[in-house]
Design a protein around this ligand. Structure first.
Ligand SMILES: [Zn+2]
Length: 58
């Protein structure tokens, strides 16, 4: 028996079991990934900006 990784409900459709998420939770999961990715991009930009500033100082 497969359970949704997000809400722990029993998954019934083959595609949901493949994903490990129910259809609604899958969309929530994709949104979460997108948000995380956007945050990571901002973090990488911050790090790159810090490096440039350090190089300018040296
Ligand atoms: Zn779910």
């Amino acid at each position: 028996m497969r359970l949704c990784k997000r809400c722990n409900r029993v998954l019934r459709s083959g595609k949901s079991i493949e994903r490990g998420y129910g259809l609604t939770c899958w969309h929530h999961h994709l949104n979460d990934l997108e948000q995380q990715f956007l945050k990571m991009q901002l973090t990488i930009d911050d790090i790159l900006n810090m490096d440039e500033e350090e190089r300018t100082d040296v």
